[in-house]
Every structure is written in C-alpha cells, then in structure tokens.
Design a protein around this ligand. Sequence first.
Ligand SMILES: C[S@@+](CC[C@H](N)C(=O)[O-])C[C@H]1O[C@@H](n2cnc3c(N)ncnc32)[C@H](O)[C@@H]1O
Length: 155
Amino acid sequence: MRIDIAAVGRLRSGAEADLVSDYLQRFARTGRPLGLPAINVIEVEDKRGGGPQAEADLLDRAIPSGSALVMLDERGTQPTSPEFAERIAGYRDQARDLCFVIGGADGIEPALRQRADWQISFGRMVWPHMLVRVMLAEQLYRAATILAGSPYHRA
Ligand SMILES: C[S@@+](CC[C@H](N)C(=O)[O-])C[C@H]1O[C@@H](n2cnc3c(N)ncnc32)[C@H](O)[C@@H]1O
C-alpha cells in the first residue's frame, strides 16, 4: 500500500509547513507498526494561470495510477474521525493504494472530482487549501492513533 496527498500549490516554509511535517512524521511513527506507510506529498503548480482544468491535468499526471481517490471538497460527506480511521484501515486491508486530492483556489475541476471514490468535507465552510493540508495531516495522524488504540483521540 502507498498513501499520497496530491495537492495544488507549493507549501513554502512557515507555520503550515511545520505542522504538516510534524503530523506526517507522527503518522509515520504511529502507522508503521499498523502496516500503514509513510505519506508522500505530491505538489503540482500551474504557473500559467490555466485554472482548475490545467490543475486537473497536472493532478491527473501526478496521481499514482490505480490509487483510490479521496477528494477533499466542502460538498463531500462528513465522516467522524473513527469512521475516517476505519475507512483507511479498509484500504490497507485490501492492499489498495490511496491518494488524497486537495484542489487550488477555484477547487477541483468537476470531471476529476467525479472520479472520486470518496469525497470528504471538513465542514460546509471553505478553508484555504494550505490549512486543509494541515487539517488532513492531523486527521490522518488521529486515524493512526485510533487504530493503535492510543489515548490521543478522546471522544
Ligand atoms: C479554497 S478551496 C476552493 C473552494 C472552491 N470554491 C470550490 O468550489 O471547491 C481549495 C481546496 O481546499 C479544499 N477545501 C476547502 N474547504 C474545504 C472543506 N470544507 N472540506 C474539504 N476540503 C476543503 C478543497 O480541496 C478545495 O479544492
């Protein structure tokens, strides 16, 4: 199994980059004994201002073929953290590669979005994509702690 996050935009050094790096390191440490691999972040950037279609083309080329696609979108379903963890464990148990997709300022192009195996939302409000990256990294770490039975997730 491999897990990737394919995201539009380059995350420069700063608070968000530090948080993403910290949560992904924690995920790697907690996930290893559970059979969960370290997560790769794939960044794509369209410097010509081609909008969602150009970003979709770049994402399409960057997404590892055969991966189950989990798209981050405010219109998606809102799983609880334990449901999210269970779903990740399910992909692991099927030895299915997994790629999370985060769009750019104008969102994920509709045809690409329709290819999603699962669309998940962090609420109906729109968040900046770099913050969504932090939130996703935290939820992935939380999922690993839930699967490990560790006390991080207290709910
Ligand atoms: C600034 S938002 C784009 C919003 C855009 N209006 C749209 O229609 O998708 C950039 C990206 O952040 C992610 N995002 C923003 N808010 C989100 C939310 N509430 N839940 C899940 N993902 C979100 C999505 O991947 C989105 O493509």
